[in-house]
Design a protein around this ligand. Sequence first.
Ligand code: TYD
Ligand code: MG
Length: 464
Amino acid sequence: MPAKVKTVWYCTSCGNETSKWMGRCPACGEWNTIKEAPRERASSSRDRSLVGLSSPKPVSLKEIPVSEDSRMLVGNREVERVLGGGIVPGSMILLGGEPGIGKSTLALQIPLRCKGLRTLYVSGEESPRQIKLRAMRLLRKEDGEMEDNCTVLGETLVDNIIKYAQELTPDLLVVDSIQTIYTDSVESAASSVTQIRECAARLLRLAKESGIPVILIGHITKDGAIAGPKVLEHIVDVVLQFEGDIRHSHRILRSIKNRFGSTDELAIFEMTGSGLREVENPSEILTPMHDSTLSGVAVGSIVDGSRPFMIEIQALVSSAVYGMPQRSATGYDVRRLNMLLAVLEKRAGFKLSAKDVFLNVAGGMRVGDTACDLAVVVAILSSNFDLAVSQGSCFAAEVGLSGEIRPVGRIEARIAEAARLGYKEIYISSYSLSDDLRNKPHGIRVIEIKDIAELCRSLFRENR
Ligand code: TYD
Ligand code: MG
């Protein structure tokens, strides 16, 4: 009699396992995501010996050796900063992002820039020839001449990947991507939750036992989950997310989880003809300087990660042609825009309900920081009156429902960044600064305002 195939049910959204089918996942609350899959064999000691791993012994915390300078540099200052100073040996880093955002490019740039770093680059997506062509482009070398530190392997079977990694003992292993690799020991198809989890678990064991750090590339779906299975997020040590608008050249690398550093870090890159360029001064690209002063433009301050930077907000207010006024926002929450418009209508007496309002955040960035409210309001007013705001002015405050200008966090850092970039004045809430801070020299004129009415008087006074 053939052995009965045992099955499990798991959620395709969060990877949670259940013992029977359910309409709704009890872990993540998603509907209709529970699927059946053959039960994977539990990793046995035979599996361990298969991949050449020994079973670990208990050790005293005191006796575990540490080396001072244990972080590995990757030849890319921004990536190192996001990682918290470099790659920790034996760590597993998940690099997630939408297809086409530049994950493979970023991973390949590491061995190309860091000549002493012996890297095994495994790709289940591109052939070694394609990778060579990309490397030539990145290095701008047409003759194909390059250092001998990067080995390429076109393989998708995880057992072989581990075998070669153990043979070559590289300083870094890159696996592109987790969705293309598979193992024979589970019966489901590549890129299913069971496969992804088993493959990641094996690579993790390799990393922990051999000390070879692994960068695992993963495609993420539109809603931001790393290929549905969030299972990977708690397996790995570091989760880096690569985001940005594919139509723009700017990319943001953010750390969502980091066992060896802060998750507050963020790096900005620009995709150029020869790969990703590190942008050390984000404000400079996000606030393009115009030749003439235009109406409908205001510069706001946002804090993303641990750094404040300045960003340009553009608004266009025009008479509504149809009965229903149009509202559209790119890179900004349209509900928040509607709220700010309602505040302007009520508190400043603008008849915005008869106007179309379009809002755009420069550089394809998405702004979530409410400190941008004031810049949004100013851009709208400026476009409405067709009066330009002085190029030397910038804004950092939240706008409340009754039209009051509210304080925002990290105000000192925001003022310092505005001063560093040469702005002449910054508008903030009158409740932001303590008395000591108010008397400190900031290198910039700090204008404190209480409400929308005071903003209009102060900003458009000379012109009206
Ligand atoms: P890629 O790294 O293949 O994305 P992912 O691995 O995340 O799917 O990057 C693909 C995009 O990057 C592609 O649209 C072309 C662009 N690109 C450049 O603009 N310049 C370059 O030098 C390279 C290598 C890619
Ligand atoms: Mg790729």
